[in-house]
Design a protein around this ligand. Structure first.
Ligand SMILES: [Zn+2]
Ligand SMILES: [Zn+2]
Length: 140
C-alpha cells in the first residue's frame, strides 16, 4: 500500500507529524469534494474579512455552493492516512483508518496522573501495539 501524500496543507483538514515515544507518526486527512456540486473541496468556512479558515467552526462548507455539513457528520465520512514507526517494535508501515477520535486515558509522565484525551487510535500491523495520535490540548 502506498498512501497518497498531500502536496500542500490546503488539501488537508488535518495534518500532523510527531514523535510517539521512540516511534513516530505522520497523519493527514484529505478534504473531500462537495457532495452537492462537486466543484470545490469542503472546508472550514472562511472569515470574509481575513479570508482565513475559521478553525474553531463546527461546520464545513463548500465555497462554491455554500452547502454545509456539521463537523462530526462530515468528519466521520473521512479517512485518516497514517504513516508510522511503531514505538514498540520499530515496524514501519502505513494504515488508513476512519477519521474518528476515540476517548482514551492518557498517562502524564511528569505527574503520573491519567487524564482523558481524544485520540486517533490504530494498531501496529506487526505487534498489535495500540498507537494513539492524541489531539493537542489547549495549553499543553
Ligand atoms: Zn458545493
Ligand atoms: Zn509494533
Amino acid at each position: 500500500m502506498t498512501l497518497k501524500q498531500p502536496n500542500s496543507m490546503d488539501e488537508c483538514i488535518y495534518f500532523t507529524n510527531r514523535s510517539i515515544g521512540s516511534g513516530k507518526a505522520k497523519a493527514w486527512v484529505f478534504k473531500v469534494k462537495c457532495p452537492k456540486c462537486s466543484k470545490s473541496l469542503m472546508g472550514k468556512p472562511r472569515d470574509p474579512k481575513t479570508n482565513k479558515p475559521k478553525i474553531r467552526s463546527t461546520e464545513y462548507t463548500c465555497p462554491s455552493c455554500n452547502y454545509t455539513e456539521q463537523k462530526n457528520e462530515h468528519e466521520e465520512k473521512l479517512t485518516a492516512n497514517i504513516q508510522y514507526t511503531c514505538p514498540k517494535c520499530s515496524n514501519q508501515s502505513e494504515i488508513e483508518i476512519p477519521y474518528k477520535r476515540k476517548k482514551i486515558q492518557l498517562l502524564n509522565e511528569e505527574t503520573g496522573k491519567k487524564s482523558p484525551a481524544d485520540a486517533l487510535q490504530f494498531k501496529c500491523s506487526k505487534c498489535e501495539e495500540k498507537i494513539n495520535i492524541t489531539k493537542k490540548m489547549k495549553g499543553t
